[in-house]
Design a protein around this ligand. Sequence first.
Ligand SMILES: [Zn+2]
Length: 414
Amino acid sequence: MVLEKYSIGIGDRFGRQGRAQLAAVMKAKEAGIEIVPVWNKSHREHTIIGTLPADVRKEADDAVRLLAWDGSYYVDADHIGLKNVDLFIEASDFFTLDIAESIGQAGNDDEIRAFVDKNKKYAGSVSIPGIDEVFEVTEENIKSIGSKYLKAVKEAGEIYRHIEAAKGADNFITEVSMDETDQPQSPVEMLFILAAVAEERIPAQTIAPKFSGRFNKGVDYVGDIDGFAKEFEQDVAVVKFAVKEFGLPDNLKLSVHSGSDKFSIYGPMNKVLKKFDAGLHIKTAGTTWLEELIGLAAAGGDGLEIAREVYGGAVERFDELCGPYATVIDIDKDALPTPQVVNGWSGTEYADALRHDQSCPKYDPNFRQLLHVGYKVAAQMGQRYLEALEKYEDVIAANVTANIYQRHIRSVFM
Ligand SMILES: [Zn+2]
């Protein structure tokens, strides 16, 4: 399986918006941009919401059939490791091998020595086409990169071979992800990580580094935008170079786990992709669920009632809901509106506070982030929540499609 140049990871907490999400990709196609959809859901998300990988497969297959999509599409076992990959083998054909936890763990000395021996030819000045800066690399640098990342890459190799044994090498796409960690990887680190990935014979088609800055869930990028732009450009150049240098798959590209809505860096990314004629996989995570809430609130009546209740429940269970996402949210708890205040809001007021429109004075990033991680409250409403999604399907679907197409696809790829 060969992943296309442009692909978008579309998360869907409740698995009801597959068609609305696919409609956004189809709009892009009508506008002349070919993007393939990848439905992704992590083990963490499945556990919180009580769904199975087979549910995502069904959602994807149904959406594709109902809208008669004739392009490729994939189902991503997002952020899996050896301990849970088996649950995803059958339903998935895209595997995001998460090795972040093993970064920094001491590797085997002999293996590190072999890694340094193999790569010491790069000690000295390294020039990479497309990057003005010349990198000065020492054997010591290579050793410390090996010490920090080799164990993690070996682990990716183990997971890869486990999947390969079950599915056959050509029947799935492999991503290596290192994004859920505190420290960003520099472009030089990326270069040697890719050397290790090649040495480990992992045919990675996408690689997800941790970039500088904060990628909080559902809100904009926090950090130095010019610094990000430079880092992103250098990573794109490093990936191109590594493909030739180490014999990695030709279509290897970056995967950006955006946590959604990184509007301020989409522009710089778009420019770099065009400059290098590079591909990209972008995961937009779970803001589709927020579009559901916006739709319910805007619909009024019992829709708005549910939206208010979800917020009330989220405030009550703040610590429990935020805990698993601690590294990717920044909520000022004292600045949150009280549930009493929110219960007095109209549907429009609720939607304005939640919708990610930074030009709207009523937009509230604290409110938005809490609801982003608050999907467990809706999950526990069970049928009542799902029935409301059905009842207000039209207004919700319109929001979901417009969000993905207008705010994400257009700014990243067009
Ligand atoms: Zn991620």
